[in-house]
Design a protein around this ligand. Structure first.
Ligand code: CP
Length: 307
């Protein structure tokens, strides 16, 4: 049986370097061999629930497409129309879905650690599709798979993560994966949105955008997670945009610079819309990679159900 080390994916810390390489190999296989209308049978007879307690476009749809391309039975779960509104707990909700024969759960939740709690209480397989400001492991996998396809290698690449790092699960998962794969990472953002007191990765800070552009091969730009912010963290959106917004003018002296963003993008705040059309802007490629990475993760984890 070829699979990853743990029978779930809750955190980027669950993944060894070998796990990540195996996921990339499987994603490449699906990318090279998928043709529209075709189906692989990796998840035939397996039921996958997509339970999103927070909004999503990219992650939810790409997991659904991925599961369907692998012949899974997919079950959508809309928190807002469920019996949660009648007082049912999160755990009872999981147990209810489990009693219907679901084996794989793709879960997004606003509380950090919700998926870890649920995994301890089920024999099913949980995939973390984003928990609070903690982790979003498949986003980090798809970001790095996109970079591997662009550069041909990852070791030694220099990346600055720009923006609201403190509230970003994408940043946390990416730092772990990028460090595991031998990349150099720096942060740039307003002092109130940097993990200054809690920086277990010992990541250095850039002082301004010009310095970040000069040093980096890649800028990974993040939106302001206003839904997770207390007031008073920023003087104004305009000031953030003036200091940290990535514009066409600012990056014009380095045409080879790669620009990424996990989406959704707030154009005009953290990123200039004109950059979205640049050949080195990989935002759409990231979305496409997401389908293949999620096919790979679902396929590899399904091996645990076939033992
Ligand atoms: N990148 C990301 O998680 O996007 P969605 O919120 O649209 O899923």
């Amino acid at each position: 049986m070829q699979t990853i080390s743990k029978p779930y994916l809750l955190s980027s810390e669950d993944l060894t370097r070998d796990d990540i390489n195996l996921i990339f190999q499987r994603a490449k296989f699906f990318q090279d061999n998928y043709t529209p209308g075709s189906r692989f049978d990796d998840l035939k007879g397996i039921s996958v629930a997509l339970a999103f307690f927070e909004n999503s476009t990219r992650t939810k749809l790409s997991f659904e497409i991925a599961a369907k391309r692998l012949s899974a039975d997919t079950i959508g779960f809309a928190a807002s129309t469920s019996s949660l509104s009648k007082g049912e707990s999160l755990l009872d909700t999981l147990k209810t879905i489990e009693a219907m024969g679901v084996q794989i759960y793709v879960i997004r939740h606003g509380s950090s650690g919700a998926q870890q709690f649920l995994q301890r209480n089920t024999s099913g397989i949980i995939l973390n599709a984003g928990d609070g400001k903690h982790e979003h492991p498949t986003q980090a996998l798809l970001d790095n798979y996109t970079l591997l396809n662009h550069f041909g290698k990852l070791e030694g690449l220099k990346i600055t993560i720009v923006g609201d790092i403190f509230h970003s699960r994408v940043a946390r998962s990416n730092i772990n994966v990028m460090k595991t794969l031998g990349m150099e990472v720096k942060f740039l953002g307003p002092g109130t949105l940097l993990p200054q007191q809690n920086n277990p990765w010992n990541v250095d800070f850039c002082t301004n955008l010009d310095e970040a552009i000069e040093w980096s091969d890649i800028l990974l730009v993040l939106r302001l997670q206003r839904e997770r912010m207390n007031s008073g963290l920023l003087p104004s959106i305009e000031e953030f945009s003036n200091f940290f917004g990535v514009t066409a003018e600012k990056i014009s002296r380095k045409p080879e610079l790669v620009v990424m963003h996990p989406g959704p993008v707030n154009y005009g705040v953290e990123l200039d819309y004109r950059i979205s059309t640049y050949p080195n802007c990989l935002i759409q490629t990231q979305v496409t990679s997401g389908v293949y990475i999620r096919m790979a993760v679902l396929s590899l984890l399904s091996e645990y159900l076939k033992k």
